[in-house]
Design a protein around this ligand. Sequence first.
Ligand code: ADP
Ligand code: MG
Length: 299
Amino acid sequence: MILSLKNLSKTYSNGVKALDNINIDIHAGMFGLLGPNGAGKSTLMRTIATLQAPDSGNIHLDGLDILNNKMEFRKTLGYLPQEFGVYPNMSAHDLLHYFATLKGITNTSERKAIVDKALEVTNLSDVRKKHVAGYSGGMKQRFGIAQLLLNNPKLIIVDEPTAGLDPAERHRFLNVLREIGTNHIVIFSTHIVDDVKELCTSMAILNGGQILCQSTPSQLVQELDGKVWQTTASRDQVELLQKQYNVISSSFNDANDLNVRVYSDTLPGEGFVPAQASLEDVYFTTLNQHEEVPTPQIA
Ligand code: ADP
Ligand code: MG
C-alpha cells in the first residue's frame, strides 16, 4: 500500500501559501505529520481527503489518481477532521447502527458484527448505551474512530486528535490508533512531539507548507546523536548563550536555573556535557534551521 503525493501546492485567496510543493510517499503503518499551528497540516489532510482541491499536483493511492476518482477513493477513506460537529442525543450503539445503515450495510447480522467490532476496537463496548453527546473529549474522539472504521477504510486520516485531551485520555486514544495502524495507512497530525515518539513508524515535519524532513523517528534522532550538548545557566546568562551558540531549547531545573541544550558538531565550549539526542531536539533544530524562530522554553 502506498500513498504518493506529488508537487502539491495551495495558496488561499488571502495570499497564504499553505502547501508549498509537497512531495512525499507514505506506506502502511502510522505516519506522523508533526508541525506547529499554521504549518499546513489541516490543509494537507483536507486535500488528501479530497475535500479541498490543490492548485497543482496530484495524489495516488496504489496507482489510483484520487483527485480524479473522488467517489471511488472515498469508499476506502476514513477521515476524522480537527473540528467535529455536535453529536445528537443518541447512544453510541444506535448512532453507529444508523451510520452503518446509511453506508448501505442493510443486513442486520452483518451490521451488528461490524458495529460491535468497531466498539470493541475503540474500547467503547462498556459505554455503548450512553449518549455520545455526554461523552468526554477522549471518548468522543474514540467514537470518531469507531465511526470511520465502519466502512473498513484502507486509508485513515486523523487531524490533531489528541489536542485538548488529558494525559489518560490521550494515552487511551493513542492505544486505539496503535491497534488499527498495523493494517492501514494512518496519517496522524499533531503538534505534540511525544505523540509521534510513542506511536509513529514514520514521520515528517511540516512548516510553512513545506516538508522539512521525513524519516523514521529513531533515524532522525540517530542523525542528531553526538551533536546535542547541555549546560546549566542562570536566567541572565541564557541570552548571552543564545547569541554565542545554536541553542535548541531551555527548561527550568529544580534549582530554578535553566538547562540549556545546544546544537554543535563538536564540544561547544567549557561547561558543556554531551546530551542524549531526543525527538524534541530534532523538531526544534529542524524548525530553527528553516526559520528564525524564538528558542522554545519548555515548562
Ligand atoms: P495547521 O492545521 O497546521 O494549523 P492549516 O492548514 O489550518 O494549518 O493552515 C495553514 C495556513 O493557512 C495558516 O496560515 C492558516 O491561517 C491558513 N488558512 C487555513 N485555512 C484557510 C482558509 N480557508 N483561508 C485562508 N487561509 C487559511
Ligand atoms: Mg490544523
